[in-house]
Design a protein around this ligand. Structure first.
Ligand code: MN
Length: 244
């Protein structure tokens, strides 16, 4: 566990991202946090971040997570991030590392199947349950590459078959921030980012809806819609069942 690479890539007098505590504390393996950031940087991607050993282990998933167990999503392992990063939403200045708009797309707790998380990562297979607002159930990250440095960073993110599995395109149907109910375009607008660039990461239908609301003067945070959506999820589908 080290935040050296994370800090080397960033200028903390320029970016609003957190520097992280000098001595991050590892917490017990229950109630560990996870977050998925939706990040419109040079390319749109989703960053899955799993707390362990006092840091957030992070994978950049270009197409985002899929609820369909038949779909394998490329996940490039990136540098560990500080635990404080899970609360981050905003814009990173365009000329900085990761410049662009970052949304807190999902959050919650996660449970590794094997509590020895670092060992699972070293072995290249990490099985876990997510208890998020959008993502639930059992998942696996599997390393695909061989011994090369770049190969080591190449993983696949796959949903296991359980009650949370679905053919729903969750990236498309749930495009709003779980923290503020905003689209990427709204975050960019509010935080002084590039609105047009950010909007290319939002589903066109959601952007249309927002423009309609702005014209009608009814634009408002969608936090309530998110809470309602959570209520519609039957409790049993939040329980996980390992079938693979
Ligand atoms: Mn990113």
């Amino acid at each position: 566990m080290s935040l050296r690479t994370y800090r080397e890539k960033r200028r903390f007098d320029v970016t609003p991202e957190p520097r992280g505590a000098a001595r991050p504390k590892a917490r017990r393996a229950k109630g560990l946090h996870f977050v998925v950031h939706k990040h419109r940087a040079s390319h749109l991607h989703y960053d899955l971040r799993l707390e362990s050993d006092g840091v957030l282990h992070s994978w950049a998933v270009p197409k985002g997570p899929s609820l369909d167990p038949g779909v394998k999503r490329l996940a490039m392992m990136v540098e560990d991030h500080p635990v404080e990063y899970r609360a981050f939403e905003g814009t990173i200045p365009e000329n900085e590392y990761g410049g662009g708009t970052m949304m807190m797309w999902d959050r919650g707790t996660w449970e590794p199947e094997d509590p020895a998380v670092e060992r699972s990562i070293a072995r290249g297979e990490l099985k876990f349950d997510l208890h998020g607002e959008k993502l639930q159930g059992s998942w696996v990250l599997v390393r695909t590459g061989g011994r090369g440095d770049r190969d080591q960073r190449s993983w696949l993110l796959i949903k296991h078959r359980d009650e949370a599995a679905s053919s729903e395109d969750v990236a498309e149907t749930k495009p709003y921030s779980v923290a503020t109910g905003r689209l990427l375009a709204q975050i960019a607008h509010d935080e002084g980012g590039d609105v047009a660039k950010a909007a290319t990461g939002d589903p066109p239908a959601a952007v249309e809806r927002l423009i309609g609301e702005l014209r009608g003067g009814t634009a408002k945070p969608r936090k309530r819609a998110t809470a309602a959506a959570r209520k519609r999820t039957p409790a049993k589908s939040r329980r996980t069942r390992k079938a693979s």
